[in-house]
Design a binder for this molecule. Structure first.
Ligand SMILES: Cc1cc2nc3c(=O)[nH]c(=O)nc-3n(C[C@H](O)[C@H](O)[C@H](O)COP(=O)(O)OP(=O)(O)OC[C@H]3O[C@@H](n4cnc5c(N)ncnc54)[C@H](O)[C@@H]3O)c2cc1C
Ligand code: FES
Length: 345
């Protein structure tokens, strides 16, 4: 199918195969279409159908509440049935040279380990290597569960043949129930990616602030891994705030201690516990880390006071946590171009 996309600044033309979501078709042709979640909730990928026919795979998608009129639709949920002409209200550029252009890749789950009572560490071996930037995510579809879900990469390496993820259980959630209740090792999965603009490059030349809730720490681990590989913290500061409810919900504490030992005093890592004071054993078991009580955005707001000079902030986790952290940073007068986030909606 031939797709003509009229954006605010120019027209783009690309092909889409049968059943291929228009967002994924455009992105894999290096057309930098607007999106955030890639999975039907945020409404950012909305477009208007000018001519032709489309098929909506998820008419109940929550993101449809952002649509106005019968001819608007979500590009991440709709595929072309005929040649189509569509319109988006924003500027759309072609991806620049060196961009990691998303593509469809097949993979196989190679390991599944419980990290905390409701968090799994999962590894997927890819059929072909993937290039991605630190802080990005992929869309994943597993057999028997309808629709793609976004998961952020924990690891960072060029030409990655393996991707690591942490997945938090959402009670009653499609992929959560599948993952926590089945023998998943060896299962073939479909991926589309990499996606996401909350990325870190060592050329950033700024101090970095990471605020994560629960599995939101995934993309931060990728960012920290890339920064550590480049010796970034010899010159710049890193402040990481990882929010969980209680100490038993926390994970990666050993990995944080190793990063801190590797990167030195310029890297500060604080575990924020929202429901309890840190037990004394936490401090003695993890002397390289700090522990504090409160919601992660409150703890970060308190400990970062007066320390926002030359800072780029990365936020990830549940939408209410990210919204609260954005408000904290805006009140601290951090500019919006220095606040990057992924809402795990
Ligand atoms: C950018 C981004 C990065 C994320 N990274 C992580 C991560 O690293 N770790 C993590 O644990 N979670 C992450 N999430 C959240 C994750 O994608 C899932 O929402 C979460 O795992 C719960 O999925 P579920 O299937 O259990 O729940 P469900 O409630 O069944 O589904 C969750 C989401 O899946 C989509 N969906 C549901 N049904 C359909 C359908 N019929 N058709 C199409 N789509 C459907 C919707 O977007 C829905 O909000 C991320 C989310 C986003 C947007
Ligand atoms: S990107 Fe399509 S609804 Fe979020």
């Amino acid at each position: 199918m031939k797709i003509q996309l009229n954006a605010r600044n120019r027209a783009h033309h690309f092909d889409a195969t049968e059943g291929e979501k228009l967002l994924y078709a455009g992105l894999s042709n290096a057309v930098d279409l607007p999106y955030e979640c890639g999975s039907g909730t945020c409404g950012t990928c909305k477009a208007r159908l000018v001519s032709g026919e489309i098929d909506d795979a998820w008419p109940e998608a929550p993101g449809r509440k952002y649509l106005k009129g019968q001819d608007e639709f979500l590009m991440c949920q709709c595929a072309a049935k005929t040649d189509v002409s569509i319109e988006v209200a924003s500027f759309v550029q072609t991806m620049g040279a060196g961009a990691c252009v998303p593509t469809s890749i097949n993979g196989r789950i190679s390991s599944v380990k419980l990290l905390a009572p409701d968090v799994i560490h999962l590894q997927i071996n890819l059929n072909q290597p993937m290039e991605f930037d630190a802080g990005q995510f992929v869309m994943i579809q597993v057999p028997g569960v309808t629709g793609f879900r976004g998961w952020s990469m924990v690891n960072y390496q060029r030409h990655a043949e393996t991707l690591d993820f942490v997945v938090k259980k959402k009670p009653g959630g499609g992929i959560s129930e599948w993952l926590f209740n089945n023998q998943c090792e060896g299962v073939a999965v479909e991926l589309f990616g990499p996606l996401g603009r909350a990325t870190f490059y060592p050329s950033l030349a700024k101090n970095i602030l990471c605020i994560a809730g629960g599995s939101g720490i995934a993309g931060m681990m990728s960012i920290l891994s890339r920064a550590a590989q480049d010796g970034y913290f010899t010159q710049y500061k890193g402040d990481v705030f990882f929010g969980v409810q209680t100490l038993k919900d926390a994970f990666f504490l050993h990995e944080f201690s190793q990063l801190r030992a590797q990167c030195g005093d310029n890297l500060n890592i604080t575990i924020a516990l929202s429901r309890e004071d840190a037990p004394a054993s936490a401090l003695s078991d993890h002397p390289q880390l700090a522990f504090d009580k409160g919601f992660v955005h409150e703890v970060a707001g308190r400990l970062m006071q007066g320390r926002y000079q030359n800072v780029r902030a990365y936020l990830a986790g549940p939408a209410p946590m990210v919204d609260a952290a954005v408000r904290t940073l805006l009140q601290a007068r951090l500019t919006t171009d220095n606040i990057c986030y992924d809402k795990f909606s």
